[in-house]
Design a protein around this ligand. Structure first.
Ligand code: CA
Ligand code: CA
Ligand code: CA
Ligand code: CA
Length: 474
């Protein structure tokens, strides 16, 4: 009898051991949403929504607007195992559509002091957009409680001097600011959320309705789900959806606060934070959703492409004749700073120099392809429309809003207050780019001593908006 019971126990142990390979989230440790249209109502925005992502892949959890986050864990640590397919260690599932991504940035933590609590160091998983100049590692937004039990616009301000509202709509009628009954730890008057931000690429594309373009790799709520078994992940370095789909994550993408890669053999905790502060027009704010996460199973027999090129998305229209491109090569998701890129275009007279500065001679539709030198099958293509009418010297001063060079007219220098990490270019009356600053901060003087006297068109590209203003050098 004892012997029989012993065998049964062994059998159960064997079953449990195989179950470890398909472990889902075992617990949610913290859920701090930003305000949003799905917050304070089921099934997406309550404490029970957080519990819904435990133990399965089809839960319903919304992080609200920018900065909202969730911290969860698995029953066993997630191993950074060399035999994991494509190096991928776990997969996060969301509810994206083919043309609708709401990217969340992912952080991992190892329980270094072994106390079972997430009180150690968070490391960001540096995804495909990490090195774009439009990305920030310290972007903070403060949300103010509009103080009502029904939907009201939620005012916000950020640490870059901007402010606005998260608008209430007439579909979701409850208050969008986290309610005290469900979220007692969130301050009643206002609270600040932050971390890393990336640029959302929202637009009216060639498909009906509004779109939010999918990021290349490394973000939650970004790629649609595939098919079971969920322990066999998508290859994050191909555009195609493979295996389980969802958003495959590699612990080897982890970087410290200085952006240096770190090597972790395993992790115990995961944090997902809405990385975009963006509106999708009538569909409301972009908000990362999570439906579950699963540990990847080791399988050394699975292989696939591991190199990828990413290009920062171009605006729908650029002003010729020069534009600063940003392109990066990754191998297994780690940046390859020395990798050479071959650029090509269907448009005559187009060239890209070693720093990524695009020069065009003609207006019109531009198709630009970056290929990895020596491996032309590894490529990325972007499109835009080039405008080069040369008429700006007449009266263009569009979108000039709060972007004002001062002094203007200028003699030896000017400043453009209130902007950060902006790409600033000075074009002369012939349309030539005479001065280019890749990452300008508004407080520093721009030396104009090298420029001839005359009128200049100054373009100020802050990623999410492009301003043009005339400046006279005397
Ligand atoms: Ca790995
Ligand atoms: Ca700990
Ligand atoms: Ca893929
Ligand atoms: Ca979503």
């Amino acid at each position: 009898m004892n012997r029989l019971r012993y065998s049964a126990t062994l059998l159960l142990l064997a079953i449990n051991f195989s179950m470890v390979k398909s472990q889902f989230i075992s617990g949610v440790l913290e859920y701090v949403p930003a305000p949003g249209q799905f917050i304070n109502s089921g099934p997406w925005g309550t404490p029970s929504s957080a519990a819904s992502i435990v133990g399965k892949a089809d839960g319903t959890l919304c992080l609200g607007s920018y900065g909202g986050y969730v911290v969860f864990r698995f029953g066993q640590p997630v191993e950074n195992h060399p035999d994991n397919p494509f190096g991928v260690d776990f997969t996060i599932f969301g509810n994206p559509l083919e043309h609708w991504s709401e990217p969340g940035v992912v952080w991992v933590m190892k329980d270094e002091n072994g106390n079972g609590s997430p009180d150690d160091t968070w490391y960001e998983l540096a995804g495909s957009d990490y090195h774009f100049s439009s990305s920030s590692r310290n972007y903070q937004v403060t949300y103010t409680n509009p103080g009502d039990s029904v939907a009201r616009d939620v005012p916000w301000s950020d640490n870059e001097g901007q402010s606005g509202i998260l608008p209430a709509n007439n579909v979701h009628l409850q208050t969008y600011y986290p309610h005290i009954d469900s979220f007692p730890s969130i301050p009643r008057v206002e609270y600040t959320l932050g971390g890393s931000s990336i640029e959302a690429v929202v637009g009216i594309g060639d498909v009906p309705g509004i779109t939010s373009r999918r990021r290349s790799f490394g973000y939650a709520d970004n790629q649609v789900r595939g098919s079971a078994p969920y322990t066999l992940p998508d290859n994050p370095y191909t555009v195609e959806l493979e295996n389980s789909g969802g958003d495959a994550m590699d612990i080897d993408w982890a970087v410290d606060s200085h952006g240096n890669y770190v090597t972790l053999d395993r992790i115990h905790f995961v944090k997902v934070q809405n990385a975009v502060h963006s509106s999708g027009g009538w569909v409301g704010e972009l908000s990362t959703e999570i439906t579950g996460a699963v540990d990847v199973a080791e399988d050394g027999s699975v292989t696939g492409e591991e190199e990828v090129i990413v290009i920062r998305d171009l605006p729908p229209e650029i002003e010729g004749p020069a534009f600063q491109l940003e392109a990066f090569v990754y191998n297994r998701g780690r940046l390859q700073p020395g990798a050479a890129i071959d650029w090509s275009s269907q448009m005559d007279g187009t060239s890209v120099d070693g720093s990524g500065l695009l020069t065009v001679q003609l207006p019109g539709e531009l198709v630009l392809t970056a290929a990895l030198a020596g491996r032309p099958e590894i490529r990325c293509t972007v499109t835009t429309r080039v405008r080069m009418d040369g008429t700006w010297a007449g009266a263009i001063e569009e979108n000039a809003g709060d972007v004002l060079p001062f002094p203007n007219p200028a003699h030896s220098y000017t400043k453009i207050a209130g902007v950060r990490r902006a790409a600033v270019s000075f074009y002369d009356a012939a349309g030539r780019c005479m001065l280019h600053l890749a990452a300008y901060d508004g407080e520093s003087p721009i030396d104009l001593k090298g420029l001839p006297k005359g009128w200049y068109l100054v373009t100020v590209d802050r990623g999410h908006r492009l301003d043009r203003v005339k400046l006279l050098k005397e």
